[in-house]
Write a protein that binds this ligand. Structure first.
Ligand code: FAD
Length: 265
């Protein structure tokens, strides 16, 4: 047993103060990753700072963008009429995450803060050239993801919202792990005014989510399933683990790209 304090700040300033006052404080969002980490003694923070009352929920339209509060849980994103209308691919992605409990507790902010290499949201954030606003600044998706479980977030920096461009030209296809539903390979294709044509891949890269330049170039030439067969997927930097070899993941990348493309139509 070790002692841990629980803090429930009412606004972002109080949350930052609580982080600064703690020796090793941890922000708590949905707890879907953090609580198992604590149970396994992989982390032992002296203070848990719960973000549930800080006011980071809510989904709103802001001009050409959809803005999701960091504490929006996956079930809210899935069922949001605004997301279904303006960014249906994101609603479908959220509805395919984990199980009902995970979708009702896990949050988009927690997901991209954690940046699990098999998580779904990082692919959407990168492909849609989303912008991540924190308590300190706004970051582009390109600058935000820096490696497996690594992001540009600094100490005492809290994600407050994520801003996505509205588009119907987007689609996500995932080959999920049959037990957890995490992506063994997930491919998000998007065409937006801000980011152009992008193909972002999760579940496969040794450094976490990444864009595939070969697939992007092929689809820029011809936005057609036939264009994908000619693309070489180099497996030398793909993950190999008990779930799938790098070679198999390379195969899945092509297949998931085809499925995602067919869904865009
Ligand atoms: C059984 C299971 C299946 C899952 N399947 C999938 C899946 O198919 N696809 C998928 O994408 N994900 C999946 N997940 C992950 C899940 O969806 C959550 O997104 C993830 O666990 C983290 O979100 P959370 O809100 O629970 O964060 P927490 O566990 O509370 O926090 C995770 C980390 O993020 C930090 N953090 C949280 N919020 C913020 C913030 N606003 N600013 C800065 N740092 C913050 C915390 O301090 C902590 O370090 C699965 C999880 C489980 C347990």
């Amino acid at each position: 047993m070790y002692a841990t304090r629980y803090s429930k700040p009412k606004n972002i300033e109080e949350a930052i103060s609580a982080l600064q006052a703690a020796e090793d404080g941890k922000l708590l969002a949905g707890g879907m990753t953090l609580i198992p980490t604590l149970k396994q003694r992989l982390a032992a923070p002296d203070c848990l700072i719960d973000l549930c009352a800080v006011g980071l929920s809510g989904i709103a339209e802001e001009g050409d963008a959809l803005v999701l509060g960091a504490m929006s849980c996956h079930a809210e994103v899935e069922s949001s009429a605004d997301v279904q209308k303006h960014l249906p691919a994101l609603s479908l992605l959220a509805g395919g995450i984990g199980d009902r409990q995970v979708r009702n507790c896990g949050t988009i902010g927690g997901s991209i803060a954690n940046n699990d290499p098999a998580a779904c949201y990082p692919a959407a954030v990168l492909a849609l050239a989303a912008r991540i606003t924190t308590s300190k600044r706004t970051l582009s998706a390109d600058d935000y993801f820096t490696g497996m479980f690594e992001t540009a977030l600094e100490e005492e920096e809290i994600i407050t919202k994520i801003s996505f461009p509205k588009t119907h030209k987007a689609s996500y296809a995932k080959f999920g792990n049959p037990a957890s539903r995490y992506a063994m390979v997930g491919v998000f294709i998007a065409k937006t005014d801000v980011g152009g044509l992008r193909v972002a891949i999760t579940g496969a890269g040794q450094d976490g989510v990444f864009r595939h330049s070969g697939l992007e170039a092929a689809l820029a030439d011809s936005f057609d399933v036939a264009a994908i067969d000619a693309v070489d997927i180099d497996d030398s930097e793909l993950m190999s683990d008990i779930h799938a070899s790098a070679d198999y993941r390379a195969h899945l990348i092509k297949e998931m790209t085809k499925l995602a493309l067919q869904a865009i139509g």
